[in-house]
Design a protein around this ligand. Sequence first.
Ligand code: GDP
Length: 424
Amino acid sequence: MVRAIVGANWGDEGKGKITDMLGEKSDIVIRFQGGSNAGHTIINDYGRFALHLLPSGVFYNHTTNIIGNGVALNIPYLVKEINDLVEKGVPAPHILVSDRAQVLMPYHIDFDAYEEERLGGKSFGSTKSGIAPFYSDKYAKIGFQVSELFGGEELKEKAYRVCEMKNVLLEHLYHKPLLDPEKVYQTLLEYRDMVKPYVCDVSLYLNQALKENKTILLEGQLGSLKDPDHGIYPMVTSSSTLAAYGAIGAGIPPYEIKDIVTVVKAYSSAVGGGDFVSEIFGDEADELRRRGGDKGEFGATTGRPRRVGWFDAVASRYGCRVQGATEVALTVLDVLGYLDEIPMCVGYEIDGKVTKDFPTTTELNKAKPVWKVMPGWKCDIRGIKEYDKLPKECRDYIEAIEAELGVPITMVSNGPSRHEIIKR
Ligand code: GDP
């Protein structure tokens, strides 16, 4: 059985926590896209962890954790993340890396920073992890697949050929130091030795696992609104954040994905630039930012303050639709316990007309929020284990969200830790 855990919003919905929780009953957890550019925060018996590249199943002895072919594989980062876990007392996790994954190179990180510098005020707010240059190279067919590290002389030739192209840009566009092709080749050889213990024909491995009826989790990174096709282009990431891509980025048949757990946040948060209709500012925003998540709304990778806003039903319903959500996990609901009244954006006004359908970016920047205000519950709901024990105002808020989404909310997360969850 394959189940995907994906985000309906801008990312940081709390997918890591849900994956860690569902990982308990899973055999395999797979990252299928993205790289080390976003973090999953996980709080469990070993402590508090921010995982960037590793799947969130690494805390269980019985799970195999896989970096799928769709991931931007930063090899030194992977090794560092594994070592960090072991140093903090987590038993060495079982990791496999797809032989079809591509390697994120140090120059991808440099190009990311150079491009942001060149764009100045018009930058995308990149985390400068090299993700956009990495995927550009992958699709331009000048990336390095893990399997190529184990090839022969061709690797050296390719390293020289790639550097020739990169150096034109470095010299004439960015005015930065040039790449030394011999050094790039040596880096590839070092990476080969580092990744060797983990390399596997992942698609074949999963094919076998499916025959044996193993439970498989696909762990998404970021959310629907960051998808390059269906998100707020160009303020998006460079690989698909949708459950459908899980089939490609892991190497399994699409019909095997039976359940799409879409994580929806009880309010909104976003990092980087771009339109954000339900965004709030000033003291109101500062308070929500300070109380948000488990340590305030600050990026897990960059530490940047996240932009915050009220729940956006238009964006979230769309986010669920493009994921193909079969069920919703509503997270960080406990954070809202301080409010007398809770606004919710239930429509967008564009050119004088109200719509509930999420538009393209061109229209989105004209959208003004249409608010509905719900009463707050004014208490701490952490520690509550049963849905019926939640205050009535809180249940009304959840049910109003469910009606807007049109997808059953099967889980309500009322605290950052593994067991702080209410199942319905
Ligand atoms: P991910 O990228 O979707 O895995 O999300 P992150 O881990 O970046 O962000 C979610 C943040 O919210 C983290 O700091 C989590 O510890 C925290 N979190 C997750 N679920 C809950 C919840 O139900 N309540 C609270 N207060 N914090 C939560």
